[in-house]
Design a protein. Structure first.
Length: 98
């Protein structure tokens, strides 16, 4: 299995398995986060924007050159980022008011 396949397979397992069981369905969990962020920042935040922001956190961490120093940490952030991006696309399909 190539590294890219491993990243995507692992991310898929996370967002459909144990993490969903721990945190609940993403549309409910991200709605709670979006509600809190909307209150904090005084603007409307959508569920898909939460997923994009979470992916950005992972990208920012990855940009610190962890691949050279800590490949496992870089891989872990890459897996998480792939999962958040998949969720962002899925959550963007929601109709307004969902």
């Amino acid at each position: 299995m190539s590294t890219r396949e491993k990243v995507l397979k692992t991310a898929s397992g996370y967002i459909t398995g144990p993490r969903q069981e721990s945190y609940g369905p993403p549309e409910i969990n991200f709605k709670k986060i979006a509600s809190g962020w909307s209150e904090i920042f005084g603007i409307k935040i959508t569920n898909s924007q939460v997923a994009l922001a979470m992916a950005w956190v992972k990208i920012a961490r990855m940009s610190h050159d962890h691949a050279v120093k800590d490949f496992e940490g870089f891989m872990d952030s890459g897996v998480d980022c792939a999962g958040y991006m998949a969720l962002a696309v899925e959550l963007a399909e929601e109709k307004p008011g969902d």
